[in-house]
Design a protein around this ligand. Structure first.
Ligand code: TRP
Length: 348
């Protein structure tokens, strides 16, 4: 049997370059290896846990995220796409797992802790929000997923899922499968900084380049990127550490890009050396980065535009995928009910 890969995103806005290098790129690679049974889903229920009063935002973002998935090359022929809210079995699984997790453990979850702080919830945190790690464990275990390609902020959630798997299996027998997170292999890609140089690209910080940004927007954003504030004149020696443009080049530039756009340098090491020596201006480096990003984003824009013209296809893909995924979740739920011993009336 093929190993199962499952992952998803909360639909709270469009996806950006941080999502791309942190996880989407990896997903496309795994998908195209044809070695896995792959599920990618839109976690609308999870997004609602802190947006209950704003369901329109989630509803609209659902399509944005689906379009982003298709734009980066996730392919409904190879990957099953689904929508979390269309699989009610996930909710019942959540209910069973809730009995295996303590309040203290949830409050200690580093991801939840940070998110509660960011949102200023304190004790007024919605119970659904505090408990979403349990629902996330249901998402993962319903499909007996082995590998979860995610950004590093998700590691504590995968950890919590593993604990639930162990607790359940110890109590009721070996039904659930322990998942493993898959991170990007390049350190820079695991946490891409924002264009302002802040630690993380994030919608709330307003420092993102979105996968759906048009050429002019990308150009403006790249030209405004944070570099070395002491590198004022071209002749000045510059620093490449904490210089966002160089960090992005580490994430995106290949030796092929040098051949194509800056043949006077063989690779990033040579470009860095020149910058450090002095005599290399920011504008030249930024233009190079802009070209590389355009090569990446332009084909995505084309695919996105196609599906935007054919939204019916996208809805159909989500609907069909949800139906297919639901059958799998139903099967696991049945095993779980049997294991707990609450299948009173259908003995088989
Ligand atoms: N927590 C993820 C996010 O913030 C979304 C998500 C929900 C997820 N369930 C999941 C990711 C299961 C991987 C596996 O976007």
């Amino acid at each position: 049997m093929k190993k199962v890969i499952l992952t998803g995103d909360r639909p709270t806005g469009k996806l950006h370059l941080g999502h791309y290098v942190g996880s989407l790129k990896n997903r496309v690679k795994l998908q195209n290896s044809n070695e896995y049974d792959m599920y990618v889903f839109i976690a609308d229920l999870q997004a609602l846990t802190d947006n209950a009063r704003n369901p329109e935002k989630i509803r609209n973002s659902l399509m944005e995220v689906a379009l982003d998935y298709l734009a980066v090359g996730l392919d409904p022929e190879k990957t099953t796409f689904f929508v979390q809210s269309q699989i009610p079995e996930l909710t019942e699984l959540t209910m069973h797992y809730m009995n295996l997790v303590t309040l203290a453990r949830l409050k200690r979850n580093p991801t939840i802790k940070t998110e509660i702080k960011e949102r200023g919830f304190g004790e007024a945190v919605p119970v659904g929000f505090l408990t979403y790690p349990i629902s996330q464990a249901a998402d993962i275990t319903a499909f007996k997923a082995n590998l979860i390609p995610v950004g590093e902020d998700q590691l504590p959630l995968i950890e919590q899922c593993k604990e639930i798997v162990h607790a359940f299996n110890n109590l009721y027998g070996n039904i659930l499968v322990e998942p493993q997170a898959v991170l990007a292999d390049n350190k820079v890609c695991i946490r891409l900084p924002g264009i302002d140089g802040k630690a993380k690209m994030s919608k709330s910080l307003g420092n993102c380049i979105y996968l759906s940004d048009d050429t002019e927007t990308v150009k403006k954003k790249v030209m405004s990127m944070y570099t070395d504030p002491n590198h004022i004149k071209v002749e000045d020696p510059g620093k490449v550490e904490n210089n966002t443009v160089f960090t992005y080049l580490e994430a995106f530039a290949t030796d092929e890009d040098f051949k194509k756009y800056l043949p006077e340098y063989k690779n990033l090491e040579e470009l860095k050396a020149h910058y450090k020596r002095g005599g290399l201006g920011d504008v030249k480096v930024k233009k190079f980065l802009f070209q590389i990003l355009e090569d990446l984003l332009e084909p995505m824009r084309k695919k996105r535009a196609y599906y935007q013209e054919h939204l019916d296809l996208v809805y159909k893909m989500l609907e069909d995928g949800s139906k297919k995924a639901r059958l799998v979740a139903q099967n696991t739920l049945k095993e779980v009910r049997d294991a707990i011993g609450i299948n009173y009336f259908n003995k088989n």
